[in-house]
Design a protein around this ligand. Structure first.
Ligand SMILES: [Zn+2]
Length: 155
């Protein structure tokens, strides 16, 4: 099976909440696509409720694009401790940190409705929790976000 970069990260040596450059791919035409780890909870010490994570996905999908127009995708992590973001190019880490903080600020004060929440637009539109999503965004901002270096597992 192909190697997956995130399985090489030592999850015991990171300090959430943070943003981390997880990798950069170069396309056949020479463009770069950067993947960021946007971590809200400390790995293996908790997990975001699925409904709240779903709401965070909907809100951050829009708010992150407000600050980083070249965002390709924002998706929840299966471990439910954060989200991944793919973006065209190589935005500097401080810029991504600022964008994530601003998007979390917007999320923390977001009022109904949640964008994209209807049977037409979403695959599980009943499964949302705005109050908890707002709380998680506020909590991460209060803890203070930083740029996390990648610490590889020593094998
Ligand atoms: Zn949805």
């Amino acid at each position: 099976m192909a190697n997956v970069e995130s399985f090489d990260l030592d999850h015991t040596r990171v300090h959430a909440p943070y943003i981390r450059l997880a990798g950069v791919k170069t396309t056949p035409r020479g463009d770069h696509i950067s993947k960021y780890d946007l971590r809200l909870l400390q790995p293996n010490q908790g997990a975001i409720d699925p409904a709240a994570l779903h709401t965070l996905e909907h809100l951050l999908a829009g708010y992150l694009r407000d600050y980083l127009p070249t965002v390709v995708d924002v998706s929840p992590m299966g471990c439910r401790t954060g989200l991944y973001m793919a973006v065209i190019g190589e935005p500097d880490e401080q810029g991504v940190l600022g964008a994530f903080q601003a998007a979390l600020q917007d999320t923390a004060s977001h009022e109904w409705p949640i964008p994209g929440v209807s049977e037409l637009e979403c695959g599980n539109y009943r499964d949302h929790d705005l109050a908890q999503a707002r709380h998680l965004a506020r909590a991460a901002l209060e803890q203070g976000l930083k740029v996390q270096e990648t610490v590889l597992i020593q094998r």
